[in-house]
Design a protein around this ligand. Structure first.
Ligand code: UDX
Ligand code: UDX
Length: 462
């Protein structure tokens, strides 16, 4: 089977960039990206894309209008496609059974029902959203029960491993493409059809095929292992601070052991992003459901250390500022969950800022890409009065304006531009003693010291 027309449900951080890359690399395949959010689709069709991602503009403009289209006409797009990627959100359930851990699959289910309703002929459905193991069989059951036209379906799992901020490089040159399918004749044919899409630009030996359940589970496990490395080094950061060791030196020393490797050992105020916490909680819930409480507990610790790291950072600020931040101006540099993205989902900045607000601090926030509306929406919390947020949060478009008359600077995202700030000027602008809390260990430590700052750097002993 040769794929001529692809449709993608969900024009988010995953669906948008991934489909743009497929369209750019496969000019003969028509790629239509759909979303129920009209504003999002309008943005994808404009010069101001909804996702900030280095290199994305060029990829989108190379194919948009040629074989790449963005639309809210979901039904027509499904009907016209041979292959349908499902990239809708799968947030953590906030209610009922499994609340706080299980994945909320309502968008996946409604996508499956819609596909069944409008499809004719043969369709390949590809799960790209991260989902619990066995979701493919749920999708199949829903479709089989709802399809009236005699259409036939294959369901594949093809998890996306791109990281935000480096999505284009990751898509262009992936470590691997993983495709899971049923080991039947028609399952194998569907897997081969999807392999041939990626084979336009990915070497064959980087495309691996497995059974459905291995593929679904591998995505959760990959994210759990990556996050585990960060929680491991973050737990050691506390010990470094207590002993006078330097966590970057420790990371370098252990990372040169080729069995350990150097990546993902950067200590931080905590990991964020839409995937790590959600996927680990999902894994924990799966383990519990399968009667494996010890395994669940083991992985849950990765999230617990991450929460502890964020609280520890706030406690350090409050303690250092003479046990009170009430009414004190604290400049927050960085709100995105990592550099080179405008995404703030599960960003450690959210918890740090909320905790500081609960202490009645005055926050002056600067981030180069996140829009003020998103910051205000993220900070809203049922435990913090809206009036406190209105009176105690300022959002700036210039870091120096945020730092004027501040008691402290807290760096929470590793944006490159923060390293190059004029620290002499900042020292002049701030109240004295001028405190710096570097939650990413990125600011130039020697310069801070030379300029007379009182600096705390995560994972660095005194
Ligand atoms: C999402 C999931 O969070 C992640 O687990 C999964 O691996 C891929 O999909 P992301 O693309 O970052 O990741 O999410 P988001 O930016 O929220 O995009 C999802 C899009 O789907 C939104 O634009 C939303 O409007 C759209 N959507 C959602 C639909 O079009 N229809 C629906 O029924 C639900
Ligand atoms: C992650 C996975 O890397 C990707 O493969 C998967 O598809 C989705 O989830 P993403 O969340 O976009 O990608 O970004 P990632 O680069 O993994 O960073 C996640 C968080 O960990 C960020 O807050 C980042 O700042 C933090 N981090 C990362 C550290 O604190 N230390 C590190 O050494 C690496």
């Amino acid at each position: 089977m040769k794929i001529k027309s692809i449709c993608c449900l969900g024009a988010g951080y995953v669906g948008g960039p991934t489909m743009a890359m497929i369209a750019a690399k496969c000019p003969k395949i028509k790629v239509t990206v759909c979303d129920m959010n009209q504003q999002r689709i309008d943005a994808w069709n404009s010069g101001d894309l909804p996702v900030y991602e280095p290199g994305l503009d060029a990829v989108v403009t190379s194919a948009r209008g040629r074989n790449l289209h963005f639309t809210t006409d979901i039904r027509a797009s499904i009907a016209a496609a041979d292959l349908i990627f499902v990239c809708v959100g799968t947030p953590t359930k906030s209610y009922g059974i499994g609340a706080g851990r299980a994945a909320d699959l309502r968008y996946i289910e409604s996508a499956a029902r819609l596909i069944a309703e409008v499809s004719t002929g043969h369709k390949i459905i590809v799960e790209k959203s991260t989902i619990p193991v066995k979701t493919a069989s749920a999708i199949k059951t829903i479709i089989a029960a709802n399809s009236t036209s005699g259409a036939t379906f294959e369901v594949l799992s093809n998890p996306e491993f791109l990281a935000e901020g480096t999505a284009i490089a990751d898509l262009e040159n992936p470590d691997r493409i993983l495709i899971g399918g049923e080991t039947t004749e028609s399952g194998n044919a569907a897997v081969e059809a999807l392999v041939s899409v990626y084979a336009h630009w990915v070497p064959r030996d980087h495309i691996i095929t497995t059974n459905l359940w291995s593929s679904e589970l591998s995505k959760l496990v990959a994210n759990a292992f990556l996050a585990q490395r960060i929680s491991s080094i973050n737990s050691i950061s506390a010990l470094c601070e207590a002993t006078g060791a330097d966590v970057d030196e420790v990371a370098r020393a252990i990372g040169m052991d080729s069995r350990i490797g150097p990546k993902f050992l950067k200590s931080s105020v905590g990991f964020g992003g839409s995937c790590f916490q959600k996927d680990i909680l999902n894994l924990v819930y799966l383990c519990e459901s399968f009667g494996l409480p010890k395994v669940a507990e083991y992985w849950h610790q990765v999230v617990q250390i991450n929460d502890w790291q964020k609280s520890r950072f706030v406690e350090k600020i409050v303690r250092t500022l003479f046990n009170t931040v009430n009414g004190k101006r604290i400049a927050i540099l960085g709100f995105a969950f990592k550099k080179d993205t405008n995404d703030t989902r599960e960003s450690p900045s959210i918890q740090v800022c909320r905790d500081l607000l609960r202490e009645h601090a005055h926050l002056a926030i600067y981030d180069p890409q996140v829009d003020p509306e998103t910051i205000r929406r993220d900070l809203a919390d049922s435990h913090i009065p809206a009036a406190l947020i209105a009176s105690n949060v300022e959002i700036h478009t210039d870091p120096y304006a945020a730092l004027k008359d501040a008691h402290a600077l807290a760096a929470l995202t590793e944006w490159d531009e923060f390293r190059d700030l004029d620290f002499a000027r900042i020292h002049d602008l701030m109240l004295k003693p001028a405190f710096v809390f570097d939650g990413r260990a990125i600011l130039p430590a020697a310069t801070l010291k030379a300029r007379g700052f009182d600096a705390f750097i995560i994972g660095k002993g005194a």
